[in-house]
Write a protein that binds this ligand. Sequence first.
Ligand SMILES: Cc1ncc(COP(=O)(O)O)c(C=O)c1O
Length: 410
Amino acid sequence: MSTDTLALHGGKPVRPPGKPWPSWPILGPGEERALLRALRSGKWGKLDGDEVATFERRFADYVGAKHAIAVCNGTVSLRIALMAAGIQAGDEVIVPPYTFLATATAVVEANATPAFADIDRATFNLHPTEIRAAIRPRTRAIIPVHLGGMPCDMDAIMSIARKHNLIVIEDAAHAHGSEYNGRRCGSIGHIGSFSFQSTKNLTSGEGGIITTNDDELAAACRSIHNCGRRPDGAWYEHHVISGNYRLGEFAGAILNCQLDRLDEQSDRRDVNGRYLDGKLSQIPGITPQRRDPFATRNAHHLYVFRVCGIPRDRFVEAVNAEGTPLQTGYRVPLYRQPLFVNRAFGPYTGCTGNYRDVDLPSVEALCPEGVWLTHNVLLGSQQDMDDIVAAIRKVYEHRNALIATAGAAR
Ligand SMILES: Cc1ncc(COP(=O)(O)O)c(C=O)c1O
């Protein structure tokens, strides 16, 4: 077996098969103790015990927001944020097309219309110029997504929002611990939204949280996530359309332990991310997601880059064979999902968008080129990062052999 031959073609892989990458989630005796404590307390619901309440206070402090309201996932958190902001049928909310579907479907489920604005090819994040171009008379809000943990240009976005009187809801599902000019993501817009689903950098399997500095928005979110109740009202007194979207105590117990690890893990990913940026940007055809000076910490839910000059799926296959678990990014812009093309919005007639003709050049160019590593990989050592670089360099250097066999493999 030659190291000079791609592993995909029978050569020796850069990283020996079976050498593990850091796994996820990471847990210890603290989680076991906390879960048992919650279990034995017999107080399993958010309103019964104090695990979630403690976590809400700690997470608000961590993010640098006045309020935090824990909910059952990061989709519901977006929808509640939109409802609290008073978004209604026919209102438009600007969203990026390079994101998980929830960023846009939460808008549909708030009975409003997602309006897709193009991203910056270099950062993968909403482009301020494209946001401005997407503003129409019914535009009420913007949902910037800090893609992979890379902070959006929040000064530019907040300035657009001030000018047009728009609410900014940061979708920080990838950005626990990421910082924009030293401020934590989720504390800069009017509302922040996080997910604690099992793949996320802070996880309890499922869960989410809303952060805000605005007392009125916080009170509205708290009421909507708790069946429309008010702090001074009776149990069976309900004031707004709402439901039970509360997070349970077992999740709160785990999150309190996971939060203790978040800073150290975020720093490690940030250091490894910068290291990969330096090395990978030297390989022609590889372009890491651009990091602007305002991105003072990228907690890297994902390490994102573009591959040019090699068929992307074949590249991913070859890098995987070298022992690096590279993944393809979002394959199509969100507006090309059948859900949007066919307007399969069920009862949400307030969504008036027609998406068949949406065609945004930057996201269209990026989807066939985007790839990422997941955050657990970035918890590895510098030697692990060197394996990643060596795998990618090797595949790039053998691109002609790869391209020659691409047709045969399909
Ligand atoms: C950018 C983004 N927003 C929102 C969500 C929704 O979070 P959840 O799965 O907790 O509903 C996700 C989940 O993957 C996400 O990646």
